[in-house]
Design a protein around this ligand. Structure first.
Ligand code: V47
Length: 361
């Protein structure tokens, strides 16, 4: 008698696409070793033994946010004693300090939805960074922020993207996707881009030649079916545009959030299984990121055996997950990342922000 996993294994070996029912069967199965093995087969087929990392710096312009998502511990109201908002000089000072590291290649810029800043502020920040530190790739503003800029400015999403691109935007990070379900968003984050708006920003960006990332925030109020549907929405858009570079899944960290009293962090078991199922379902994504900030470094290393082929970067200095109680460091050295990859017999590869190889170690 064939089990559902036997059928899935046959499809994976034949390079066939998995269906929604297969995704649900994978989540229903307790056989994490076999699921991980299958994801590892796919990872090996797509990217061999290379594990990518980059040398990057996170910049969060402000934590003041009108959206105040219930899962977020980073956002603050204006006037809160922990609220901050950087002016252009402060951004430049921070970026120049980071750029003292000659290996730094990327600024990852994600912020709260500030109630008062005009769209022009964000354009000015990009122009300034492009002028002063042209060597640093500007990966900036999630689809949620871009949708907000459109509302703020009265411009269409395409016009906003064009203005950002002209000012110096080079790619878009994957945040803000959460779970692409109206039910979940209505309950957790009703004040920001809906599922279809998030996807539409990504579609528009891809059609303009702007590459981006995709993500999933899981382990809160979503059902397993909603996780599978989320992956299928990303897969369908990737079929259409091919514009996603990588997929990242964020296990929900409840610390200091509204959900802290009712939710625990999901299990390591779930984290590895979700990583593996993502690799299996997202057959048209080249890269799956094990974001060590969320997972901690030992779990990110383990996730490299469950379908991941990218470990993000040096990151200094992470604020969003640490506000929610992440126990990882706020940055890593290149040496630590390289050693983590070598320990499992894989090949560390420093990449740039567009997944071009800088050096193989
Ligand atoms: O959109 C917020 C998630 C994202 C929590 O594209 C949380 O390479 C867990 O966009 N528990 C922002 N997750 C981070 C982000 C990102 C980070 C690293 C790499 C890339 C990339 C993008 O963080 C948010 C949300 O989905 N998040 N709060 C929390 N309490």
């Amino acid at each position: 008698m064939k089990t559902p996993l036997d059928t899935i294994e046959a499809k994976v070996r034949a390079g066939e696409r998995l269906s929604k029912e297969d995704g649900l069967a994978l989540f229903a199965s307790p056989d994490i070793a076999r699921i991980g093995y299958l994801a590892d087969l796919v990872r090996q087929r797509i990217s061999g033994d290379y594990v990518y990392f980059n040398v990057n710096r996170h910049v969060n312009l402000t934590n003041i946010c009108v959206s105040r998502c219930r899962f977020c511990a980073f956002g603050r109201d204006e006037g809160d004693k922990k609220a901050y908002a950087m002016n252009q000089e402060e951004v430049l000072r921070l970026a120049k300090l980071a750029a003292q590291d000659p290996d730094l290649r990327e600024l990852h810029i994600v912020s709260g939805l500030h109630p008062d800043w005009p769209f022009e502020y964000y354009l000015d920040v990009l122009r300034m960074l492009k002028r002063e530190l042209p060597q640093l790739h500007r990966k900036a503003f999630t689809a949620v922020e871009i949708h907000y800029f459109s509302k703020l400015s009265g411009l269409s999403v395409a016009e906003v993207l064009k203005a950002l691109q002209e000012a110096g935007l080079q790619s878009i990070p994957g945040g803000g996707a959460e779970i692409l379900s109206d039910r979940v968003r209505q309950e957790l984050c009703p004040n920001k881009a809906t599922a279809s708006e998030w996807l539409e920003v990504q579609r528009t960006a891809h059609k303009m030649g702007i590459r981006s990332n995709a993500s999933m925030l899981y382990g809160h109020i979503e059902t397993l079916e909603e996780r599978v549907d989320h992956l299928l929405s990303l897969r369908a858009l990737q079929d259409e545009t091919g514009g996603f570079q990588t997929f990242i899944c964020f296990p929900f960290h409840p610390g200091n959030t509204e959900l802290e009293a009712t939710h625990q962090r999901t299990s390591l078991w779930d984290e590895l299984k979700t990583m593996a199922i993502s690799r299996l379902m997202l057959d048209n994504f080249s890269n799956i990121k094990a974001y060590w900030v969320m997972l901690t470094l030992p779990i990110a290393q383990l996730a490299l055996g469950f379908g991941a082929n990218d470990i993000d970067g040096t990151v200094s200095e992470e604020k969003i997950m640490h506000a929610a109680g992440a126990k990882s460091d706020t940055f890593l050295t290149q040496e630590t990342i390289i050693e983590t990859i070598r320990q499992i017999g894989r090949i560390p590869v420093e990449r740039d922000s567009m997944y071009q190889i800088i050096r193989t170690l």
